[in-house]
Unconditional design. Structure first.
Length: 657
């Protein structure tokens, strides 16, 4: 090697020496950064990160509290809760969605495409950590198969939940309501109202309608919690006692919801529903105790099975319910109101008697029509009723008689007596969305429509048409008041509320709203005992006299008092006013009403039945009869023990109002 070669090597070393300095500096800097990062994580953030680590290692599982039961007045269970099993899949732990969907589809007998769709939709809406409910209410065989699959699929789980069980199926759905999972939109709204209560969380089940919604807080109870230790793949390692020994939280047991005893009678409720179904009727019925205001039955048709909602209602069934023109999801007895038809004539008769405009001997002649102004007002009976007094006018439902009373009384006086008997205002029942109804007067029309009251409107309103609007609940309440000589009780459904340990938390007592025989202010009206007796006798004649409009539905030996009513839905021409209703399209057919109480001399039960498109008031007759028989067979069998009433022996009259 020459001296020149050594010089060249020495110069190369000097050239690379600077580069080594940069390398050493980079390594040292990296070590410093690593050290600082470790110090930050282990010293500065150590306690917080340890907590996060333990939270990842320990998974909290909610234990759903059973909702409280609903019982009828005699302690019979109407609604309770049962254990149910669901299959869930957590996307976080899914390695191959297609494979597990194929296996689940075969095991659970559902479509693979539906499983994949559910998982993808949940990923978009809720992220990968929220479990996706694949199938609800699985049977024991399916539970066993899924448990075996869980060994190789940690994201899969059999979840035990509490399912709501409605024992009456369709016969009480609008009254009891249904439960379902709280939506994202509902969460902030509901929690804003629950300032000092347990906050709702995503996935919680809440009451969505009826009593379930109105009394959700009392029924829902307090959920418990269970803590389980899981590995990195989310598989359970230990739980319960093992965790406690390891210093982890113990969890908490659930507290069941309160039990609610209703005023409803299970047998009367079922009898009312069965009568509607047997006679293929659409409408609603309210049955109550006139001496207390306790609701014995509240039925609507068409109906639905609320158990569908407990296990997750299908889009197809939901679509059918919301698009049904007869609105099966609505509680028509409370949420809808209708013109009362001839059932309102009872109120007009009371007003005329109290105002001394008529006596029991006063008669008006009915040739089948009445001319007033430029218009001809027809009676429902083409050839008229001849001369009739107040007894006969109510018995036969003569329109002309009440046209005269409407002219003589005027709408303001009629309104005062109607309101005195509980019409045209909310009853205060423990249900949401109760309608007010409408009892019109001159002041109302001027404010609402900006028009003066016209004299001719007195005639149509006097027979329950015009602007009058009443709910079946209001109708039942008013006839209960007539039955008790003017005592208007607030109708109620909740008899008492008890905790799981039988501690009574609430008891409801009868509440008297009005006593029609007493004045509440100087402008108030009163109704005498004598007037009530006259009207009640006339209502008995409706069922028992030869020309009574409900004579085909009397029960021999039991005095029923009541009134039929027919409501025209459209203005009829002279050519169509007497056309046969049954020949019209369904949506053009008249509604039918019947309100009644029994026994007339000492009423124990009052009811109102509304039949949509029933054509005649007597369409409600079979249901009035069926409810009455069911009640007295159960609560007063001695009163009908000698009766041998068979449905086929009772013939509907050919002539009906």
């Amino acid at each position: 090697m020459s001296p020149f070669d050594l010089v060249e090597s020495s110069e190369d070393v000097k050239e690379y020496q600077n580069r080594y300095t940069y390398l050493y500096g980079t390594v040292i800097l990296a070590l410093v950064i690593l050290f600082l990062r470790l110090w930050y994580l282990q010293i500065f953030k150590g306690t917080e990160l340890l907590k996060f680590s333990e939270q990842n290692q320990i998974k909290e599982e909610k234990i759903n509290a059973p909702r409280g039961m609903m019982l009828d007045r005699n302690g019979e269970i109407l609604v309770d809760s049962l254990p149910s099993f669901n299959v869930t899949l957590t996307p976080q732990y899914i390695e191959n969605t297609d494979d597990i969907a194929t296996e689940l589809a075969s095991t659970l007998n559902i479509k693979k495409e539906d499983i994949i769709k559910k998982v993808k939709q949940s990923r978009r809406q809720n992220g990968v950590f929220k479990p996706v409910r694949i199938k609800e209410d699985i049977n024991r065989d399916e539970v066993g198969k899924i448990e075996r699959m869980i060994i190789d699929n940690p994201g899969l789980k059999v979840e035990m939940v509490i399912k709501r069980n409605y024992l009456l199926d369709k016969s009480g759905s609008q009254l009891f309501g249904y439960v379902s999972e709280v939506s994202k939109e509902e969460l902030p709204q509901l929690n804003a109202k629950r300032k000092f209560e347990f906050k709702l969380k995503s996935g919680d089940i809440i009451g969505k309608a009826g009593l379930e919604k109105r009394w959700d807080f009392e029924l829902r109870g307090v959920d418990g919690a269970r803590f389980v230790e899981v590995d990195a793949r989310g598989r359970e390692i230990a739980s319960g006692k093992d965790l406690i020994l390891g210093g982890y939280p113990e969890g908490a047991d659930y507290v069941p919801g309160h039990n609610i005893t209703l005023t409803i009678d299970k047998d009367i409720q079922q009898a009312a529903y069965d009568s509607f179904i047997k006679n293929k009727h659409t409408g609603s019925v309210v049955v109550l105790d006139p001496n207390t205001g306790e609701i014995l039955s509240m039925v609507n048709t068409p109906s639905y099975d609320p158990n569908y909602f407990s296990t997750g209602i299908s889009p197809e069934i939901w679509s059918q319910l919301v698009n049904d023109p007869f609105k099966p999801l609505r509680n028509k007895a409370v949420q809808d109101h209708y013109a009362p038809g001839s059932t309102f004539k009872t109120i007009v008769a009371i007003a005329a008697l109290e105002e001394k405009l008529i006596t029991t001997k006063t008669t008006f002649s009915c040739p089948g029509y009445m001319n007033f102004g430029r218009r001809k007002y027809n009676c429902w009976r083409k050839h008229g009723h001849g001369p009739v007094n107040v007894y006969q006018a109510l018995e036969r439902s003569c329109d002309v008689f009440f046209y005269h009373l409407g002219i003589d009384l005027g709408i303001d006086k009629i309104a005062k007596y109607a309101r005195k008997l509980g019409l045209g205002s909310k009853t205060g029942i423990e249900l949401d969305n109760e309608r007010t109804g409408l009892v019109p007067d001159t002041e109302w029309k001027k404010k609402a429509l900006g028009e003066e009251w016209q004299p001719g409107e007195n005639l149509s309103n006097a027979i329950g048409q015009g602007f009058n609007l009443l709910s079946p609940l209001q109708m039942a309440t008013s006839y209960a008041a007539i039955a008790t000589n003017g005592k208007v009780f607030r109708p109620y459904l909740i008899k008492k509320i008890e905790s799981i340990d039988s501690k009574v938390l609430k008891v409801t007592s009868p509440h008297l709203i009005h006593n029609a025989q007493k004045k509440e202010n100087e402008n108030d009206v009163t109704i005498s005992h004598e007037t009530f007796q006259i009207v009640k006798q006339a209502l008995v004649d409706v069922f028992e006299k030869e020309h009574g409009t409900a004579r085909g539905y009397k029960i021999p030996g039991l005095h029923i008092a009541g009134k039929t009513g027919t409501v025209q839905l459209f203005q009829l021409t002279a050519e169509t006013v007497f056309a046969k209703c049954e020949n019209k399209p369904l949506k053009h057919r008249h509604h039918g009403w019947m309100a009644a109480f029994a026994p007339a001399e000492n009423p124990l039960i009052a009811m109102a039945v509304h039949i949509e498109h029933g054509c005649h008031g007597t369409a409600a007759g079979p249901t009035i009869r069926d409810i009455t028989l069911a009640y007295f067979k159960k609560y007063a069998p001695d009163m009908i023990k000698n009766l041998n009433v068979k449905v086929k022996e009772i013939v509907t009259p050919q002539e009906e109002e």
